[in-house]
Design a protein around this ligand. Structure first.
Ligand code: HEC
Length: 167
């Protein structure tokens, strides 16, 4: 093998082990999953059971976002397909857009993403909505209501109470 060949083989090896590392770095706590960088993510078991947050995200998406963004995150003539958008958006970027809104300027098309940061039905479930859309974008959850889901973790119950301010 040439030196360049050896260097290339080494880079390929490094990249594959890095990727394996990223996979392995996915962790779970009380039924909630996150990637190595701390971003929320989904978990789907071999029999198609989705984690609670992915299921919750499906429900919240369809109560707060689908009227504009279309069923199952597939987009509409008015608003973009979020299953595509999340492929390019980090979780913080996604949160920022949802909280503060966005408007397309300098185009003939008048479309506006409302700022939803003060809507508790959105902000209390923003992670859920993100992981649901991620799972859809990665093609691991089919369109429609997930058939099988994990039980609701006690920590999800507590988060809701705290977030909505119910004592
Ligand atoms: C009233 C209609 C409406 C609702 C409700 C709505 N959106 Fe939007 N959203 C839009 C429009 C229109 C855009 C495109 C804005 C632009 O012109 O850049 C958009 C853009 C976005 C973007 C940026 C997409 C990209 O590719 O840059 C994200 C992320 C997003 N919306 C998330 C959400 C989520 C999550 C919800 C529900 C919690 C939601 N939206 C509810 C209309 C809406």
């Amino acid at each position: 093998m040439t030196r360049a060949g050896i260097a290339l083989a080494f880079i390929v090896y490094l990249m594959s082990s890095l990727q394996a590392g990223a996979e392995a770095a996915k962790t779970e706590k009380d039924g909630k999953w996150e990637t190595g960088d701390g971003s929320p993510t989904y978990n789907i078991t071999a029999d198609g059971t989705v984690d609670w947050y992915t299921f919750s995200g499906f429900r919240r998406y369809h109560s707060e976002c689908h009227t504009c963004h279309g069923p199952d995150g597939e987009g509409s003539s008015y608003a973009p397909a979020l299953v595509q958008s999340v492929k390019a958006l980090s979780y913080p970027e996604f949160m920022l857009i949802v909280a503060t809104g966005r408007q397309e300027v300098d185009t003939a098309k008048q479309s506006k993403m409302p700022a939803l940061g003060n809507n508790l039905n959105v902000s209390c479930y923003i992670e859920d909505i993100y992981v649901y859309l991620k799972a859809r974008g990665d093609g691991v959850v089919p369109r429609g209501r997930p058939a099988k889901r994990a039980e609701k973790p006690a920590s999800a119950e507590k988060h809701e109470k705290d977030c909505f301010g119910d004592k």
